[in-house]
Design a protein around this ligand. Structure first.
Ligand SMILES: *[C@@H]1O[C@H](CO)[C@@H](O)[C@H](O)[C@H]1NC(C)=O
Ligand SMILES: *[C@@H]1O[C@H](CO)[C@@H](O)[C@H](O)[C@H]1NC(C)=O
Ligand SMILES: *[C@@H]1O[C@H](CO)[C@@H](O)[C@H](O)[C@H]1NC(C)=O
Ligand SMILES: *[C@@H]1O[C@H](CO)[C@@H](O)[C@H](O)[C@H]1NC(C)=O
Ligand SMILES: *[C@@H]1O[C@H](CO)[C@@H](O)[C@H](O)[C@H]1NC(C)=O
Ligand SMILES: [Cu+2]
Length: 174
């Protein structure tokens, strides 16, 4: 299968997903999360590049209260399978607000910053120094959020973003 053909199949699959989501009316209820934003899923620039990339979440802003991580993800995507996300944040020291990282189980909990069934992947101390790495190993949506202050960092602090890693077509597929 050629790259063009494969890209077309993926494109059609993503479009169908978009329509299905549209029917469920998620995009209108998603708040600042635009589920139909094609750029988010790498729709427009799925091309063959080299090995996995490493991204520092938030770039020089790191993982902090009030930075728009949805926007960061849109600007820095697309993300591919086996890409690495690095979370960096200061550990609690009495003057700074602690942060943490959770994976939320589904879109609903992501939208509502509901941490009840969330899985902790980063303790408040894990982001110190070089931070910690999270590898996007599976073809699935990942919903990241800060778990501090009972969801307030996630909701008010915008400390959340979603990623659905794309499959990387290697040049050997051509
Ligand atoms: C989607 O939801 C919004 C409110 O959340 C509502 O106003 C709108 O009519 C809905 N659209 C459809 C197609 O159901
Ligand atoms: C979401 O993104 C789509 C595609 O880029 C765009 O057409 C639509 O207007 C956006 N919706 C909102 C609410 O920003
Ligand atoms: C793939 O896309 C990136 C970013 O859009 C671009 O910098 C790069 O040159 C592209 N590579 C190929 C082989 O087209
Ligand atoms: C965050 O960025 C997204 C994507 O650009 C935007 O739709 C949203 O309005 C922003 N949120 C805030 C609170 O600025
Ligand atoms: C806590 O960390 C912040 C940011 O690294 C630093 O500016 C501040 O001086 C530290 N406070 C104490 C008491 O160590
Ligand atoms: Cu936080």
């Amino acid at each position: 299968m050629s790259v063009k053909c494969a890209a077309l199949v993926l494109l059609v699959a993503i479009s169908m997903f978009g329509i299905a989501v549209g029917n469920k009316n998620w995009s209108t209820t998603a708040g600042n999360w635009n589920f139909t934003n094609n750029n988010y899923w790498g729709y427009w620039h799925n091309n063959a590049t080299k090995g996995p990339n490493t991204f520092i979440v938030g770039g020089s802003e790191k993982w902090r209260f009030g930075y728009n991580y949805t926007e960061w993800a849109i600007k820095n995507g697309p993300f591919y399978l086996n890409d690495k996300l690095v979370f960096k944040y200061d550990p609690p020291n009495g003057t700074t607000f602690p942060h943490s990282v959770y994976l939320l189980p589904n879109f609903w909990s992501f939208q509502n910053c509901d941490l009840r069934r969330a899985k902790k992947i980063g303790e408040v101390t894990s982001g110190a120094g070089k931070g910690f790495e999270f590898v996007l190993k599976r073809w699935q949506p990942y919903f990241f959020a800060c778990g501090e202050r009972n969801g307030i960092h996630c909701k008010t602090g915008l400390m959340k973003f979603a990623v659905w890693p794309l499959i990387r077509w290697t040049t050997t597929n051509i």
